[in-house]
Design a binder for this molecule. Sequence first.
Ligand SMILES: [Fe+2]
Length: 385
Amino acid sequence: MLRTYALSLPSNLIFGVGAVETVAEKVKEFGKSKVLVVTDKGIVGAGLLEKVLTPLEQAGIKAHIFDQIESNPRDHTVLKAFEFGKKKGCELIIGLGGGSPIDAAKAVGALMTNPGPLQDYLRGTPLKNPPLPLIAIPTTSGTGSEVTQFSVVTDTERSFKAGIGSPLLIPKVAIVDPSLMESMPPSLAAATGMDALTHAIEAFVSVNSQPFSDALALHAIRLIGAFLRPSVANGANQEARSQMAIASTLAGVAFSNAGVGLVHAMAHPLGGRFDVPHGVANAILLPSVMRFNLIARLEKFGQVAQALGEKVEKLSAVDAGKRAVEAISQLSADVGIPARLSEVNVKAEGLAQTAADAMNMKRAMGSNPRVVKQEEVEKLYREAL
Ligand SMILES: [Fe+2]
């Protein structure tokens, strides 16, 4: 008998160049007038905040700005944003930026309606009440946070990138506007694009994969295989940047519903401990982890190779799967991602503890297709060093 499948999504997704102009109309649909915008200084500096504030001002909507979110956002910063928003009486949140501001905005919205310290939720206490309504507006094509049920925040007491996961955290509205992604420098387009690819692949081979998420994941892999290189090569290539925006959102829906796996379980501790950008950590780990996972999902890794444009029809299942690994190493190198963790400040000392932290990423580990031991995780880190 077939399993039961569920797919959770934002109630409204608006995609297109200029879609950001609909933001005021979306706020009005909620009947709210006091808005908290959670973003970062880079977004303000790139002139992207203006693109949200102008339509709000024209509609007479008062926006309070919190622009101090850092990459790999910390619990203290989320609390600061929450206290600011609470003091101003905000009733709706706009998360504007890459994954960090949107993830922080989700946690802030949850704290507004759920009592208790943030630490409790980062350590597994389930959310009870629906957060304040959230409109998510991504400025990178990678995290998919605009459509996912996850918020990743660093628990500073434990130097641990912890996550809150709940369907209640899915933004009510996602506005995906590729024109906000034009200013991404090549290195950011590359890292976030590889993050999206990791989401799609991990969702596709997850033990919780299902037909609906598979269709989205596979199409995301195809689009990334075709458009990541030209998107990194030239930010003015609107077609490539738009297709990458579609891909990252598709991959976001896929992994929000099917989960991620060992790559993310291993990448998060590197973000928490060594501040490695999330997409870069994923991209470096992805080929080694795929090689490790290969025997669990031979046929599906062959499909990944095919989606990336590899000719695998005449190959054995094992060789087809290996082609996927090679294609990804090549793609990663072509877009300028370093090949080794030692190039991004990761040190050999303390990797046993990092491996223990990765084992603790229970949700991601639980959906990985191959069962993994701590010694194997440590070995994979050392291989990637
Ligand atoms: Fe990710």
